[in-house]
Design a protein around this ligand. Sequence first.
Ligand SMILES: [Ca+2]
Length: 390
Amino acid sequence: MLKAMSYYTILFILYASLSQANRAELSQPVNQNQTPKKLELLFENKKTKPHFKVEVLAENLGIPWGMDFLNERELIWTEKQGLVKKLDILTGQISLIKVDFKNLYDRGQGGLLDLALHPQFTKNKKIYFTYSFAKERKQTTALAVGELKENEITNLKIIFLAQDFYNSGIHFGSRLAFDKKNSLFMTVGDRGQKELAQDLSSHLGKLLRLDENGKAFPDNPFIKNEQAKPEIYSWGHRNPQGLFIHPETHQIYLQEHGPKGGDEINLIKKGKNYGWPVITYGKSYIGFKIGEGTHKKGMEQPIKYWTPSIAPSTLLIYSGKKFKKWKGDFFSGALALSHLNRLKFRNKTVIKEERLLSSLNFRLRDVIEDPKGFIWISVDEGMILKLSPL
Ligand SMILES: [Ca+2]
């Protein structure tokens, strides 16, 4: 083990010094096309024999928050400060995409958050974005849509604003995912107003389901309840930053940050209450008990929880062909206990948990799979990494 660690440490130091040199070279603001130097790291995962490698495909970025593939060749992503960029993976060229997010609030956990391509993106070029929106010293989570034309987002408009606004830099959510019916799921955190996660008249602490124009989806569970917001699909969430719809089963998985302990993965059922802050496996940051315990009638249990917290930022269920042993496994990016978390489930029970890439000590922000089955990871340290089997 010690031998593996030192080999690993050397690789990392080598990488870090290369990276430092590169940073100096590319210190000008990213407002022009640039080609990052391709760095490569061999990864020592098993004790002696590495079975995958990690390459750095982009660096000197801001915080790359959400990623997607425009096609087999181009990766697009958001950066928290309000930038959108794309990478041509054949040439390594990064292009800045011109866009202006009105009233963007880039502070604390706020900023430009996730993006999602419309299911008919190849025809209509529509891309959806979530971001923290500020008005009169209060903020909320906004959903905007625009069209990608060359290197510009045109016709950008806000189509949904979560209610209500609060002055708080925390718990904006937000992840986006489309299902097969063209409905758009969007997570919104509780903004630190935890009791509102149990209040159906607020969008905070909820999973929302919208149509492509940002309106409540017609068969949403509370559409006929006048006391409830019609956009709500499930409730009782704290700060959900992972959302994944399984491509074969179409089941919806939502992952949320707990307080101190109690991060959760939930299998979402329409209209159900996931308990926050009445039930939780976590405690307050200063150690006090929150709510009534871990179980309550009428409230759903997570399929997985982490205590202590790993601070999971994103969720992927792997379905590709490149890593055959990982098919069906859950991958979460961990911010606090910086690693790539891998879970193997059998009958909704975790039978194996593995913590990969922890020696890199990066805060993992987004994890996606490309059309060929390679895994792409963005990290708060301003890089995009690609995992390939060896
Ligand atoms: Ca819960």
